[in-house]
Design a protein around this ligand. Structure first.
Ligand SMILES: N[C@@H](CCC(=O)N[C@@H](CS)C(=O)NCC(=O)O)C(=O)O
Length: 228
C-alpha cells in the first residue's frame, strides 16, 4: 500500500509550502520510498487522519499513523533501507545544532514576513483561522508583524553565518545532503513557494546550495508549484 503524507495546501491545492511537511517529503525522497501526498486545509481538522493532532505532516503507512516531522524522520530511518538521513552521531549533533540555530536566528524573522503572505495565499475558508492563530502567537496583527523594522537585515546577517559551511562543503551534510540540509532548506522552500518577492539578499554560497537542493531527486522541490 502506498504511503500517504498529509500535506498543508493553500488556496491552490497544488501549492504546498509547509516547511514541516517539506521535511517529511525530503525524508521519504532521501530513502527512495514512493509516496503520495494528500492536501488538507488549515482550519477543517475533520480532514486530518488524527483529529487529536491538528498539525501536519502526518504519515500513513498501512496501519501506522505517524505525526510530527521528527517522528517521521525517526520512522523513515528505522523502517526503510537506503542511505541514512544522518550517518553518524556527529552528523546528528550537527543537525541538532542547525535546527536550534535556525529556530533562534532565522524563524523569528522569517515568520512575521511569511505569515502575512501565507494568509494572502490561503483559501478563503482558512483565512480567519490562520489570522487568529498566528496573531495569538505573534501578539500583534499580521500586518504589524510584517512591518517590524529590520527583518530583512536580521535574515541577511544570519545568512552570512549560514554561508560559512557552504563555502567549503556542497551540503551541510558534507558531500551529500542529510537531515540538516532538508530541515534548513525547507524554510527557504516555504518562502519560495508562497511568494515570488525577493525579500532579502542571499549570499552567493547560500544561493548555490539552494540550487543544489532544488536539483535533488530529479528536481522535486524545483518542480513544486509556487504561488503565481
Ligand atoms: N512539530 C511539528 C510542527 C508541525 C506544524 O507546525 N505544522 C503546521 C504547518 S507548517 C500546521 O500543521 N499548521 C496547521 C495549523 O496551524 O492548524 C512537526 O515538526 O511536524
Amino acid at each position: 500500500m502506498t504511503i500517504k503524507l498529509y500535506d498543508l495546501a493553500l488556496s491552490d491545492p497544488d501549492v504546498r509550502p509547509s516547511p514541516f511537511c517539506w521535511r517529511a517529503k525530503f525524508a521519504l525522497l532521501h530513502k527512495g520510498v514512493p509516496f503520495e501526498t494528500v492536501p488538507v486545509p488549515f482550519a477543517d481538522k475533520e480532514q486530518y487522519p488524527n483529529k487529536d493532532h491538528g498539525l501536519v505532516p502526518i504519515l500513513i503507512d498501512g496501519d501506522e499513523i505517524i505525526c510530527d516531522s521528527e517522528n517521521i524522520y525517526a520512522y523513515a530511518e528505522q523502517k526503510f533501507e537506503g542511505t541514512p538521513l544522518v550517518q553518524s552521531s556527529g552528523e546528528r549533533a550537527a543537525c541538532d545544532f542547525y535546527n536550534a540555530w535556525a529556530a533562534s536566528n532565522l524563524f523569528p524573522y522569517f515568520a512575521p514576513m511569511m505569515f502575512v503572505r501565507v494568509h494572502a495565499a490561503a483559501h478563503e475558508d482558512d483565512k480567519a483561522y490562520f489570522r487568529k492563530t498566528r496573531e495569538q502567537r505573534l501578539g500583534k496583527t499580521l500586518e504589524e508583524a510584517a512591518a517590524t523594522p529590520g527583518l530583512s537585515e536580521r535574515i541577511e546577517e544570519a545568512l552570512q553565518t549560514l554561508a560559512a559551511p557552504m563555502v567549503r562543503h556542497k551540503f551541510l551534510g558534507g558531500e551529500s545532503a542529510n537531515m540538516a540540509d532538508y530541515n534548513m532548506f525547507s524554510i527557504f522552500q516555504w518562502l519560495r513557494l508562497t511568494t515570488q518577492e525577493e525579500l532579502f539578499e542571499t549570499p552567493q554560497a547560500v544561493a548555490a546550495w539552494q540550487e543544489r537542493m532544488l536539483d535533488l531527486f530529479d528536481g522535486y522541490a524545483r518542480n513544486a508549484k509556487r504561488v503565481s
